[in-house]
Design a protein around this ligand. Structure first.
Ligand SMILES: [Zn+2]
Length: 304
């Protein structure tokens, strides 16, 4: 057994595994007797084993390139030469795994150098910490934001982000989802608040079209999120309380916007303005009135 010692600075476990594999391969092929035809590589990190000789893009790419450079001359020297890669489960009582683990612990020495992946991991963790603290503050979250503190887990900087996974394929749907969730979507109450021109009433006749009206009360839309009337009545007298007071779940919002493609859009507001004008002029068979009907009453009837 030959033992070696080298530093790779502060690094993620993956970085350290990659550094050890690259260094190990380099050591092995340096003075290999000509009679050796097979090299067996053992490690307990599957990800590192899969990428050490793959040299594709990704973290620790430099180390896999170095590993490839080490073994290529030896591999090309004879078709009988092979490198075997073995995964060995860690901490399962495999003798040599235990020996290596112990030796690694003894050899560990802290250096000031920091690997790129480790630095990135620290920066991400810090940013999340600040972001997590921010979401508890109402001025940051916004009074009308449907996102609860518990929804923070949906916010990721990667493709695992809930909004991206839900609406990432459609910019229109993404915009509607974000607008509706944050309360900044085109609707009557928004026009009233910012003193914009146009009608503030809901097409159903309600005085002001608010988000709560659309979500809880308005009968124009398909609402899978609304419990049957009897259930709402039971809730009112039970422990769960008034249905209208329950928090709006983002998953329900996503579904509601999918079921009603025109709700909360500029197109809908303009269409209602036009339909109201047509009706006031007595043009009862206008195109706008037909469209309004198709988007609401008839769509809902077809769904049910
Ligand atoms: Zn309404």
């Amino acid at each position: 057994v030959r033992r070696g010692h080298f530093g790779c600075g502060k690094a993620t476990p993956y970085d350290a595994e990659m550094a050890a594999l690259a260094r190990g391969l380099n050591e092995v092929v340096r003075d290999l007797p000509g009679s050796v035809t097979d090299i067996h590589v053992f490690a307990d990190n599957q990800a590192a084993l899969l990428s050490i000789l793959a040299a594709g893009q990704g973290p620790a790419q430099g180390l896999s390139v170095a590993a490839c450079q080490s073994v290529r001359p030896w591999l090309t020297a004879s078709p009988a030469h092979h490198v075997h890669v073995w995964w060995c489960p860690g901490h399962r009582g495999v003798y040599w795994n235990g020996v290596v683990d112990k030796a690694a612990g003894l050899g560990a020495e802290l250096l000031d150098e920091v690997s790129f992946a480790y630095a990135r991991q620290c920066i991400t963790a810090d940013a999340y910490k600040v972001w997590r603290a921010d979401i508890h503050r109402l001025p940051y979250r916004g009074r009308n934001n449907l996102m609860q503190v518990s929804d923070f887990e949906r916010c990721k900087h990667t493709s695992a982000n809930w909004f991206l996974r839900t609406a990432g394929r459609s910019t229109t749907y993404m915009a509607r989802l974000i607008r509706f969730a944050s309360g900044h979507f085109p609707h009557g109450a928004f026009r009233e608040r910012f003193n914009f021109e146009g009608n503030r009433r809901c097409w159903c006749g309600a005085d002001v079209e608010t988000r709560d009206h659309i979500w809880f009360d308005c009968d124009l839309w398909i609402k899978k999120h609304k419990p049957p009337d009897a259930e709402i009545e039971r809730m009112r007298w039970g422990e769960r309380g008034d249905w209208r007071e329950t928090p709006i779940a983002l998953d329900d919002v996503a579904e509601f916007l999918r079921l009603n493609p025109i709700v909360g859009t500029f197109t809908w507001l303009e269409l209602v303005d036009q339909a109201l004008g047509d009706r006031a002029r007595g043009e009862d068979d206008s195109l706008a009135l037909l469209k309004v009907d198709l988007h609401t009453v008839r769509r809902k009837a077809a769904y049910e």
